[in-house]
Design a protein around this ligand. Structure first.
Ligand code: IVH
Length: 667
């Protein structure tokens, strides 16, 4: 047995090394520390050694040992946590005129009433949720994908201005924006410069990186701050303004510039004021948030699929930058679409260095009449990737070459095609490795099968070594196949297989999304799974049946129908099932004695619960929920402010019921 001092030294040494690796990983800067690349298997070995020493000598385990944060296996992530109330994002308007249009829409939906608004600064930071139990700060969660975030409680607790204990012993969930002041950002980067660490691009990136550090002592040193802007759960009062007052009484940090106004003119004035003066603030903002004050009005206005109708964000005019387009890179999408990406001389835009811009399709190249070495203007609009908004043709040299559509696919060299009337150029080869790679990447992605142990580099290797040809082949991989690959330790191979195995038990919606049917995103996939209940029934759906589903138009219906007509797709699906993938069927109880069973029901207007909830409830008792009212419709379930569907129902003498009546019938 080694002497105790040596063991303790080794434990300290291992802890320091792992902390350093975690630190650099979570700053999102590199996997390189102390000049060495830490491969996953070396990292795994360090953690294993530390764990085993700590098990033998628990007295030497330090309070902040990295193993305390690494649960079970060496997993470089925080625990996931579902948001009880989803963390939605806001719709955007990009000009004051668009803001006036938004206001007109709000007033129309409120039956002509003029609402009070609350104007707030849109802090450019990271959204968080803070959960209090009996008045004590219990957990902090990031937004994640809006429905599931990461629990980063130790780091949230380092934010000095966020109360750890409330005045009242209540259960409360509040939401806000964590940010780094410009001063603290500069200090942080100065320290990083001195120690040779890579610099953060802007305060938002620095705040995001700091929140996801595994070492919360380091998070504390960064001096994050937060502004709380809403209550998610446990709302006490009837207006947003009054709730903010309540938050202030509980000593939450609120933004001092928030202003309640009575007219859209005052909203516009607030936006103009802060667009002019945003540089005077001590922190970054990227716009203004406008919220309807009355919660009753908010309820009446409801939500779209992604965001509330009762709030919007006015984005400040996007910054522009001038640069030169040097070349075009052609990307191959999972359906073979060839997308031109402009490669540019690097330029600063909104605090980040930009060297690529999407051109969407060759139609756009044609519209700008783009040539190589053109001087172009870039803008960061709503999208993350900047776009070209103008070309200075006067600066073009006479011999500049025009950018033409690609002759062939850059990956497989098959001749590119463009169907008549189509703006896209495509690679028509379904075996194209680049397409396969994109399809598999989509298949494993978080919103599809969520196999997070498989990334682009691994897929490339697997395809190159012909270990897989498509996503279904992932389910044939063995430990031996994987451990022969580069950068693949024993433990990593095991993790990949665990990820694949876990994905076999998936939701039907997840699986349908993962299949990559053209025009079928996550939401449509969920709607399909809810409507048909099983893969078998979905595969047998007719074009008409798809079209009759609310939210599915003729183009998507055609696309789904065509997909399930193809023999190859049947084969791929059969392979998935044979290899153990079990998409869980939606339980649709055939309650045949319900007044709704076998009936065609249409939903309209603002309902007090989300449409998905109503839909599921009705489908479960055998109803067929469709999108448009016809003479075949049996019931129209109308909420507040129902429009043309209600009128049509009345004209066709279809039975119209409200939510209370529907609930009675369901009982
Ligand atoms: S309200 C239902 N208020 O902006 C939407 N959001 O897309 C609730 N943000 O990531 C958001 N300042 O974190 C709201 N005063 C403010 C905000 C704010 C910044 C962020 C928010 C979210 C994004 C909205």
């Amino acid at each position: 047995m080694p002497p105790a001092s040596t063991t303790q030294e080794r434990i300290n040494q291992l802890s320091t090394l792992i902390h350093e690796y975690n630190h650099s990983y979570y700053c999102g800067i590199s996997s390189d520390f102390q000049g060495k690349i830490c491969k996953d298997d070396i990292y795994d070995a360090l953690v294993l050694e530390l764990k085993s020493l700590e098990n033998q000598f628990p007295e030497f385990r330090s309070e902040d040992s990295p193993t305390m944060r690494i649960k079970g296996e060496p997993n470089l992530s925080f625990p996931s946590r579902k948001h009880i109330v989803p963390m939605l994002s806001l719709g955007n308007v990009y000009s004051l005129d668009e803001l006036k249009i938004w206001d007109t829409g709000v007033k129309k939906l409120l039956g002509g009433q003029c609402p009070e608004y609350v104007c707030e600064l849109k802090i450019d930071g990271v959204a968080i949720s803070a959960i209090y139990r009996k008045g004590i700060l219990n957990a902090g969660v990031t937004r994640g994908d809006g429905s599931v975030g990461e629990e980063i409680s130790p780091n949230i607790k380092t934010i000095a201005c966020l109360p750890l204990r409330l005045k009242d012993e209540i259960d409360l969930e509040v939401r806000g924006e964590v940010y780094l002041s410009r001063k603290n950002f500069d200090t942080l980067n100065q320290l990083r410069l001195n120690s040779g660490d890579p610099l953060f691009k802007n305060p938002r990136n620095a705040a995001a990186g700091s929140l996801r550090l595994l070492d919360s002592t380091e998070t504390r040193r960064r001096h994050l701050e937060v502004f709380i802007y809403t209550i998610a759960d446990g709302i006490p009062y009837e207006t947003h303004g009054r709730n903010l007052e309540f938050l202030s009484q509980q000593e939450f940090p609120l933004n001092p510039e928030t202003k309640m106004v009575g007219s859209i003119e005052e909203v516009l004035e607030y936006c103009r004021y802060w667009e002019e003066r945003k540089a005077e603030l001590l922190y970054d903002i990227d716009g203004i948030v406008i919220k309807v004050n009355s919660l009753k009005h908010q309820k009446q206005l409801g939500f779209t699929a992604r965001s509330p109708r009762w709030a919007t964000s006015f984005k400040f005019t996007a910054e522009q930058a001038a640069t030169v387009l040097r070349s075009i890179e052609v990307g191959v999408g999972r359906t073979g679409i060839l997308t031109p990406v402009a490669i540019l001389d690097p330029v600063e835009l909104n605090g980040t260095t930009v060297s690529r811009a999407t051109l969407h399709n060759y139609d756009q190249v044609e519209r700008f009449d783009l040539h190589y070495d053109d001087h172009v203007t870039l803008e960061k609009g709503g999208e993350i990737i900047p776009k070209i908004v103008a070309v200075q043709t006067t600066l073009r040299s006479a011999d500049a070459l025009k950018i033409e559509p690609p002759l062939d696919c850059p990956a497989c060299r098959t001749l590119a095609v463009s169907l008549e009337g189509d703006v896209e150029w495509r690679c028509p080869n379904p075996q194209c490795a680049a397409q396969q790679k994109e399809q598999i990447l989509h298949f494993v992605s978080r919103r599809a099968m969520d196999i997070d142990t498989i990334g682009p580099a691994l897929i490339e290797q697997l395809l190159a070594k012909k270990l897989i040809r498509n996503a279904a082949d992932l389910y044939l991989l063995t430990h031996e196949d994987l451990s022969r690959l580069e950068r693949m330790g024993d433990k990593s191979a095991e993790n990949v297989l665990i990820g694949i195995e876990k994905s076999k038990q998936c939701d039907l919606g997840q699986f349908v999304h993962a299949l990559g049917i053209a025009n079928v995103g996550e939401k449509t996939a969920r709607i399909l799974s809810l409507h048909f209940g099983s893969l078998e029934k979905l595969m047998l759906g007719s074009r008409d049946e798809f079209e009759r589903i609310e939210e599915i138009g003729p183009v998507i219906a055609e696309s789904i129908f065509n997909f399930f007509q193809q023999a190859e797709q049947h084969q791929v699906i059969a392979n998935f099932l044979e290899r153990g993938v079990v998409p869980a069927e939606e339980i649709i109880q055939e309650i045949t004695d319900s007044p709704f069973s076998g009936k065609i029901v249409v939903l309209t207007g603002t309902l007090s619960e989300p449409r998905d909830v109503w839909k599921k409830r009705l489908i479960q008792v055998g109803a067929n929920v469709t999108g448009s009212v016809s003479k075949n419709t049996d019931f129209v379930l109308a909420g507040e402010n129902a429009g043309s569907k209600l009128e049509k129902a009345e004209k066709l003498k279809v039975l119209v019921i409200d939510e209370t009546k529907a609930l009675n019938l369901l009982e």
